[in-house]
Every structure is written in C-alpha cells, then in structure tokens.
Ligand binder design. Structure first.
Ligand code: NDP
Length: 250
C-alpha cells in the first residue's frame, strides 16, 4: 500500500474529520499516533484500526499544552521509529457570539486550541521530520476566516486565518529540507462541531455550490492527498474542500 511503513500523527482523532483521516491513512498502510483528549474514543478507534490489520497507538492529551505536542512526537519515534507527517486537525469553535459580548477567556481558549497548538506541533514535528529526510504537515484551517465571515465566530476565524499565514511561513522556512506544509480548508462538514441544528445546516449548505454538507470522509481524502507523495510539489497552499463556497470570491 502507498503509505506502508510511514508514520503520521493525527490530532482531533477522537471524532469527525480526524477519525475519518486516521482510518483512511491506516487503511493505506500507515502507522498512526492518535491524539485528542477523550481516551475512550481513541481506544475504540485504535481497536477498529487494529481489527483491519492497521497499526495505531493512542496518546490522549490537550493540544493547548506544549508538552503534549512533544509527547506525540516522542511517541511516534518510540513506537514507530520516526515521523513522516502530521495532520494537525484538533479544533473548537468555542463560545460563539458578537465580539462585544465575547469573554476574553473564550478568545484565548479558541486561539490556543486552534492556532497555538499548530505552533507547538510544528515546533516539535519539524526537527523529527528533518531527521527523516522530509515529510508533510497539514493544518486544518476553515472556510470561516478565509471566504466567509460567519457572525459570532471572530476568535475562530482569526485562529483559522492565522494557520494559513503560519503555513506559508513554515513552507518557506523548511522547503529546502523537503518538508511540505499545507492548510486544508473544509467547508461545512457533518461532525459534532457542525451540530444538529437544521437551520444552521441550511445556512451553511446555502453557501456551498454543492448545496450540501461534506461527509468527514470527503475531507479526509484531501488530507490523505496532501500528506502523501501524490502532493509532492504542493506546499504553502491553502487547499479548499468547501463544496464551491469560494467560487468567485477571489
Ligand atoms: P469534531 O468536534 O468532531 O472534532 C474536533 C476534534 O478536536 C475532536 O477530536 C476533539 O477531541 C479535538 N479537540 C478539541 N479540543 C481539543 C483540545 N483542547 N485538545 C485536544 N484535542 C481537542 O469536529 P470536526 O471533525 O469537524 O473538526 C476537525 C477540524 O475541522 C477542526 O479543526 C475544525 O475547526 C475544522 N473544521 C470543521 C468544519 C465543520 O464544518 N465541521 C468546517 C471547517 C473546519 P476531544 O474532544 O476528545 O479532545
């Protein structure tokens, strides 16, 4: 299989897009280090992967903790002998509401989970990828903050837009070391984050040319592409998988 003996860290693996990506990468033969806070969900996913003859280990923790990023990298090294890439995907919308009503604590939390976590991840992943002779990092950004300003999501939009800026800088800094860095921008996707409010889904679907939400597996396929050698000349990019939301926006 195309990813045999490759090792990837996947954060946000306890549900949604991250779980779908972990399953897909493992099905392609990759070793996976699964990260998120919910241990039981990670254990269940690891069991599912091993039942399909895949290889996964779980390390639960909080992506706001810099030392968790280091621990994930050490886990990849100790369990599988190195690292070939990472899908830094954990995220939260936090409390939503207009800026004048937003608590500063919420702002900082949303920035920490979505953006500072990416800095911690890159800080510890890049040295191991260098030892490996290169690799691929993908950050999950969003259509929110890029092509849509959804009311109530200022902190989230700022964090996700920040990831795109960091992606470009990291790609420029580490291209000579054969490290590719890309941002993946999903549109509205049927996960816990998108909730189950039909009114909200209708608004989001209305933004998409395809007039439907994405399935997590559809976003995972794009992550797989960016992490694999099929995307060997793609770096510093913001790749949209947004059902056509960005048509005519640039
Ligand atoms: P889910 O809610 O299903 O997944 C979010 C994941 O992030 C969970 O695995 C959760 O695990 C993890 N996570 C959240 N906070 C933390 C934390 N502090 N530390 C460690 N892990 C954390 O939603 P999605 O699959 O949709 O979200 C995946 C990514 O996709 C996110 O970055 C999101 O912003 C992005 N996205 C989603 C869209 C959508 O419409 N669904 C659209 C555009 C982007 P746990 O709770 O176990 O810690």
């Amino acid at each position: 299989m195309e990813l045999n003996d490759k090792t990837f860290i996947v954060t946000g693996a306890s549900s949604g897009i991250g779980a779908a990506a972990a399953l897909l990468l493992a099905a392609k033969g990759a070793n996976i280090v699964l990260g998120a806070r919910r241990q039981a969900e990670l254990d269940q996913l690891a069991g599912q992967i091993s039942q399909s003859n895949g290889k996964a280990v779980c390390l639960s923790g909080d992506v706001r903790d810099e030392m968790y990023a280091l621990a994930l990298v050490n886990c990849a090294k100790d369990e599988f002998g190195g690292l070939d890439g990472a899908f830094n995907n954990a995220g939260t919308t936090g409390e939503m509401g207009p800026v004048p009503d937003m608590q500063s604590d919420n702002w900082h939390n949303v920035i920490d989970v979505n953006l500072s976590s990416g800095f911690y991840a890159a800080k510890y992943q890049i040295p191991l990828l260098c030892e490996n002779g290169g690799g691929s990092i993908v950050f999950t950004s969003s259509f929110v903050g890029h092509t849509v300003g959804l009311p109530g999501m200022a902190a989230y939009a700022a964090a996700k837009a920040g990831l795109i800026g960091m992606t470009q800088v990291l790609a420029a800094e580490h291209g000579a070391e054969n490290i590719r860095v890309n941002a993946l921008l999903p549109g509205g996707t049927m996960t816990a984050m998108a909730g189950d409010d039909p009114g909200f889904h209708e608004v989001v679907c209305g933004l998409h040319a395809l007039k439907r939400m994405a399935e997590p597996s559809e976003i995972a396929q794009v992550a797989l592409f960016l992490l694999s050698e099929n995307a060997s000349f793609a770096t510093g990019s913001a790749i949209v998988a947004d059902g056509g939301n960005s048509i005519n926006k640039f």
